[in-house]
Design a protein around this ligand. Sequence first.
Ligand code: AMP
Ligand code: MG
Length: 359
Amino acid sequence: MRDKPLTILGIETSCDETAASVVRGRIPGPGEILSNIVFSQTEAHAPYGGVVPEIASRAHLEILDGIIERALGEAKITLPELDGIAVTAGPGLIGGVMVGLTTAKGLALAAGKPLIAVNHLMGHALTARLTHGVEFPFLLLLVSGGHCQLVGVGGTDDFRLYGSTIDDAVGEAFDKTAKILGLPYPGGPAVEEAARSGNPKAYDLPRPLLFRNSRGRDGADFSFSGLKTALRQLAQDQSVSVPDASASFQAAVIDILCDRSRFAMDLFRADFPDANTLVVAGGVAANQAIGAALARLCEAEDFILRVPPPRLCTDNAAMIAWAGVERLAAGAGGDDLAISPRARWPLALGRHTPPGAAP
Ligand code: AMP
Ligand code: MG
């Protein structure tokens, strides 16, 4: 099974991207992306400054069939030629997940192909194998609009959670900061752009939970809500400089991400003494200042940094198709068509989740 490349259709509808992709490959990768169609609903949600679940699920319903047709067409692959259909079954906005999962079930049933219900976070986690063929184990920093986690990845069923956010996700913090400063949605790229001409030392913003800070805590958990509150107070002053506030915010985020990652590297080394790869995934990985800081950290800590290209860091279906390749190649077979969508579906339960115990 491992020698034969697998061709998988992936479907992703868990947030505000409607996406379908065909990927062909064998483990450990890299795989070949035959098509990668992503329709981003950014414009529909922009007036609200964030994703509105009802608008998202309706939009997925309206365009998903067409997106799948395009993905198959561009890949020049027909349904009978597929080895399986992989779809995000959670975690995410339940209405959107239902649209994708129901569509995938229909296709799997009609074509007589295995259905592979994929954890969206596993898709992000394994992307560096699709793009770079990164071998297990590796340390994953997942930084997106909905998640902020440090995970030791030992295999497709071995995820060890070293730390996660106790309040906001880091992308959410960027989005809220943009809103506070009057910058457009989505906030990440806008804050990064404004920060380019700002002074990162202009405002002294807090770095919650920082280990070297006397009030910090042992471990690799994150917190961003105190930073957001400080920024809101700062913005009440009419004379605040938007570039300086953006640069100061981004500098605080960089300090938090680097400090927590450094701590997680120690935990990871204790679990996997011979491994030294840090993979960064999620939309925030597109931030160049964050990438440069993580590159410096990896240099100092003797880690190799692997960051998939931005279009594969943000939500996409190629990563879901690839997770399908991994699952089928591992001999896991397809899932029961009765499987239900899951709004919550943690990748790892705790620091020492044994292999196979992740839900
Ligand atoms: P995702 O949840 O993976 O689809 O990624 C979307 C999130 O990534 C949003 O919260 C964006 O604000 C954030 N994001 C995208 N580009 C950047 C960037 N250049 N800097 C910081 N955050 C970003
Ligand atoms: Mg998204």
